[in-house]
Design a protein around this ligand. Structure first.
Ligand code: NI
Length: 179
């Protein structure tokens, strides 16, 4: 299955709401899911949303074991999630650095709900319902935002904490950034 090009910030498909998946167990859906998994793996992504490869459908994939882009984060179970919905648990928010395959080389400091419940359907149309916290909850919120045409800079309260990863890392080394 082919690895697909990932659209970058500025492409109109990334800023449009995606449509619900209506048909399950079709060859087209299976092929799309496989393309997304392959693309995410090649790009060392932690998650990918269908609009990022030009398919405006409410479908995300995510998961992480030993990812070199996020060496110090806890593992996230490998998941295909269709027509997802997020319910925050409590009001607690926490900030952390995020990246996105549609903004290669960039990072930003983004507040997210610390605890959530997320629901949706798996590749065969079976229901999924999970509680998640911390990095896992962050990844799901980031990916579901893509389905609503939202990229992480739009969630940032302070654009001074947005930039190229190498510049931010250099600033951290010099003691001007803490994370
Ligand atoms: Ni992203």
């Amino acid at each position: 299955m082919p690895v697909r090009p990932v659209l970058r910030l500025g492409h109109p498909t990334l800023s449009q709401p995606a449509k619900a998946v209506a048909e399950f167990n079709t060859p087209q859906l299976s092929a799309l899911i496989q393309d997304m998994l392959d693309t995410m793996a090649v790009e060392n992504g932690v998650g990918l949303a269908a609009p990022q490869i030009g398919e405006p459908l409410r479908l995300i994939v995510f998961g992480m074991q030993d990812n070199p882009r996020y060496p110090d984060r806890e593992p996230v179970p490998g998941t295909v999630l269709i027509n997802p919905h997020i319910i925050p648990i409590g009001d607690e928010q926490e900030g952390d650095w995020e990246g996105c395959l549609s903004l290669p080389g960039m990072r930003g400091w983004v507040p997210r709900h610390r605890h959530i419940v997320y629901t949706g359907l798996d590749a065969e149309g079976r229901p999924i319902e999970r509680e998640a916290s911390g990095f896992h909850a962050r990844v799901v919120q980031h990916e579901v935002d893509h389905l609503d045409g939202i990229l992480f800079p739009q969630r940032m309260p302070d654009m001074r904490r947005f930039g190229y990863e190498q510049e931010l890392a250099a600033a951290a080394d010099s003691g001007t950034e803490n994370h």
